[in-house]
Design a protein around this ligand. Structure first.
Ligand code: EPS
Length: 374
């Protein structure tokens, strides 16, 4: 499977081409739209989400809601384009307005201007914006449908937000049913404390990040390979998660905490019963030697606070070379809930890609039969 996205934050829309989806996969547009809506949700989001009501339009590769095996092209149109076409239209527009030169620390502005040889950070930030993830979520939902046919399920939740931490570990089923709608956290007390923290940050013109946990249930063993470093499951999934805007760290299973323990307290001991292997712990996060081992996959990703601060950080005006306060573009105070949704989508694509490489198959019946046989 291959996925490409295109589109600018205030351009006509966000687009994806997903290639390699077998024929015969049933799609549910309402389900894709529900996940797009969840990507727009979360306490602490900015004004843009009041303008948009993201909806997927399937443009090719699908007939009567069933995939054909051909590349799937899809669009999520930007409603805000109406307000921006004067400054963004590919066919010609006013590029002297809406310039951004007071480059934002932590954003793509400065490095991008130097790299692409432009004096307007808008030429970079429009693509670097996390709005791109709308296309990834729409495509990711098609990948989730593919995985669901094999009884592989993906879920996740917001584990911490700023300095607010959740209280305990949760089972896959608890996460699937117990995630709270306001912030995607699991506990009411943590959610309340997070809402106050977001209010406080908003008042101060500041932003907040958090940690997201992701789980995969039902993936059989043997996906990924230690034979070449490029094929390692943990490496490929870490790369997929790190590709999501603002993600600065990824852990697998016990992650960083494992480095502080002795081996005897880290590795999951192996038992067998009725010819089946099992473990009573899962500190490996379901991956050993770069392969799935049949246990749940467990990942955590750290999202940094969004770099657009209303209060503005110290910077330099690219146009004058003089000290300045970074441009306060409209943005979110906190988008950790949206990031959780996007990370699930990125994970769904990465897994579908890895699974389809091993199984091949022109149609879903073939894919299912091959998976059953493993
Ligand atoms: C986003 C849309 C953007 C931002 C945010 C995410 O909308 P606008 O720039 O029109 O307010 O809210 O983008 C960023 C955080 C960023 O750094 O660019 C979205 O739809 O997710």
């Amino acid at each position: 499977m291959k996925l490409k996205t295109a589109g600018e934050s205030h351009g006509k829309g966000l687009f994806a081409i997903l290639e390699g989806v077998p024929a015969g996969l049933k799609l549910d547009i309402a389900q894709i739209d529900a996940e797009l809506a969840r990507r727009q949700s979360g306490y602490g989001r900015g004004g843009r989400q009041k303008i948009e009501q993201d909806h997927v339009e399937l443009l090719s590769g699908v007939r009567d809601l069933t995939t054909l095996g051909s590349p799937i092209a899809l669009a999520v149109w930007n409603r805000d384009y109406e307000n921006w076409k004067e400054f963004m239209a590919p066919e010609g527009c006013d590029v002297s307005s809406r310039r951004l030169t007071k480059v934002r620390p932590g954003h793509a502005d400065l490095a991008g201007m130097l790299k692409f040889g432009t004096e307007d950070a808008r030429n970079v930030l429009e693509r670097a914006s996390a709005r791109e993830t709308a296309a990834r979520v729409a495509a990711g939902e098609i990948c989730r449908a593919y995985l669901k046919e094999l009884n592989v399920a993906v879920t996740g939740y917001v584990r911490s937000l700023g300095q607010v931490f959740g209280g305990r570990e949760y089972t896959f089923e608890e996460i699937q049913t117990g995630r709270r709608p306001l912030l995607g956290m699991m506990e009411e007390a943590a959610e309340k404390a997070s809402v106050s923290l977001i209010e406080e940050a908003k008042g101060a013109g500041d932003t907040l990040g958090g940690v997201i946990e992701l789980r995969v249930k039902g993936l059989k063993s043997g996906f990924g390979s230690p034979m070449t470093y490029q094929e390692k499951l943990d490496a490929r999934i870490a790369a997929a998660l790190m590709s999501v805007q603002a993600v600065k760290g990824v852990e697998v299973g016990g992650g960083f905490s494992l480095a502080h323990e002795k081996g005897s307290a880290v590795h999951d001991e192996i038992f067998a019963s009725d010819g089946k292997f099992f473990r009573n712990t899962n500190r490996a996060g379901g991956i050993e030697g770069g392969m799935s081992n049949g246990e749940e996959l467990v990942f955590r990703a750290a999202m940094k606070p969004i770099p657009t601060l209303m209060k503005g950080l110290k910077t330099v005006d690219f146009a004058t070379g003089r000290p300045a306060v970074a441009a306060p573009e409209r943005s979110d105070t906190c988008a950790v809930t949206a990031c959780e949704v996007v990370l699930e989508s990125a994970l769904c694509f990465a897994l579908a890609e890895i699974v389809s490489e091993r199984l091949g198959g022109d149609n879903m019946a073939q894919v299912k039969e091959r998976y059953e046989r493993l």
